[in-house]
Design a binder for this molecule. Structure first.
Ligand code: PLP
Length: 374
């Protein structure tokens, strides 16, 4: 959809895109400055595959300050984005045939990365009625002798759902009982609207020993193109990840790591400003979507996506969310992502990482197009 929207824009059509998974802000100035200084100072060579000591120390301070747990330098590996961190984790944990539990709707990369590692995705479905969170009994039922890993993403892309502290505790105790690892993708941890984020690794030392926490700078600091993400795990797993990464990419870009260190240490106020903007856009978007009869949108608890139930509009010629997304792009010139991409059919994902003007204009187009359909 993003590529089609780009082609249409290039052809001069006024397309409004709600498809992108990245903040629309520029990377804050203090972060850009730190990377420029690093470039000028010659930080342009290889560094340890685990990451620049400067960044690793900033990560240690960050998790202690914001995530409620302590880690040593030998537990951290910096990679080329959180996506790369998750890939590395699956590559070192999964043997052929191992099962990995995923909670649908989920970020589609997980299933493909599990397959790339030779594993088997086992999908647990969740619905808007439970805020897109699972019942622990569903997990107990899905566990077999081959289950190795659970991938949890809270707050979630695409649903904006977030797991309660109580659910996190219950799932952690299931993981401990069955000796499973948790890959906890916390990339949207700082973008929460009505709750405090809870990291699995903060629950206890035992839980931390069963958790690979995935974090990064892409979403919080609007640094998607910098490609810096990181994992915090046990020293043994971190060593396996570092050894694996050593033969694939070596270190993530050195001067980008210097920028990421500045982000973690000093961009607190800028982040608060960006988060406030997301809050305002969320309110605006919810109001506008609420005015469209037949749509059901659970207020997102985190990230920057609405995951809107459009099933009432799926009849006749337009019978799937994919048909509807195509139709909206063709007729209303708005780009959305069909929920089936995330194993959540009957929905559209609309990113509110967009200006208030674009949200107002785009959601008005959406309303008119759906009116025409009905
Ligand atoms: C849930 C989730 N995890 C990880 C990532 C990847 O982030 P990065 O840009 O750090 O690779 C994304 C990006 O869209 C995401 O939505």
């Amino acid at each position: 959809m993003t590529a089609r929207a780009r082609d249409m824009k290039a052809a001069g059509i006024n397309v409004l895109s709600f498809a992108a998974g990245e903040p629309d802000f520029n990377t804050p100035e203090e972060i850009r400055e730190a990377a420029k200084v690093a470039l000028d100072e010659g930080q342009t060579k290889y560094c340890s595959s685990r990451g620049l000591p400067l960044l690793i120390e900033a990560i240690q301070r960050k998790v202690s300050r914001e995530n409620g747990f302590q880690c040593n330098a030998n537990q951290v590996v910096v990679s080329c984005g959180a996506k790369h961190s998750i890939y590395n984790a699956l590559q070192v944990l999964i043997n052929p045939g191992d099962e990995v539990i995923l909670f649908a709707p989920f970020w589609m990369t997980y299933a493909d990365q599990v397959l790339l590692a030779g594993g088997k995705p086992v999908i647990i479905h969740t619905t808007a009625e439970t805020g897109f969170t699972p019942d622990p009994d569903q997990i107990k039922r899905a566990i077999t002798a081959k289950t190795k890993v659970l991938i949890v993403n809270t707050p979630s892309n695409p649903t904006g759902g977030a797991w309660s502290r109580q659910l996190i505790k219950e799932v952690a105790s299931i993981a401990l009982k069955h000796n499973l690892m948790i890959i906890s993708d916390e990339i949207y941890e700082r973008l929460t609207y009505d709750h405090d984020h809870c990291s699995f690794a903060s629950l206890s030392k035992d839980v931390a020993a069963h958790t690979i926490t995935i974090l990064g700078v892409s979403k919080t600091y609007s640094m998607t193109g910098w490609r810096i993400g990181f994992s915090v795990s046990t020293p043994e797993i971190a060593t396996a990840i570092a050894n694996f990464q050593d033969q694939v990419t070596s270190n993530a870009t050195t001067f980008a790591q210097a920028g990421a260190a500045a982000a973690l240490d000093s961009a607190t106020e800028t982040v608060a400003g960006m988060k406030q903007k997301f809050c305002d856009r969320r309110e605006l978007g919810l109001k506008l979507l609420g005015d469209i009869s037949g749509l059901k949108t659970a207020p997102p608890k985190g990230a920057f996506y609405f995951f809107t139930d459009v099933s009432l509009y799926l009849t006749g010629r337009i019978s799937t969310d994919v048909d509807l997304a195509d139709h909206l792009l063709d007729t209303a010139h708005i780009a959305t992502i069909p929920g089936s991409v995330f194993y959540g059919p009957g929905h559209l994902r609309l990113s509110y990482a967009n200006s208030p003007e674009a949200i107002t204009e785009g959601f008005t187009r959406l309303k008119n197009a759906l009116n025409d359909l009905s």
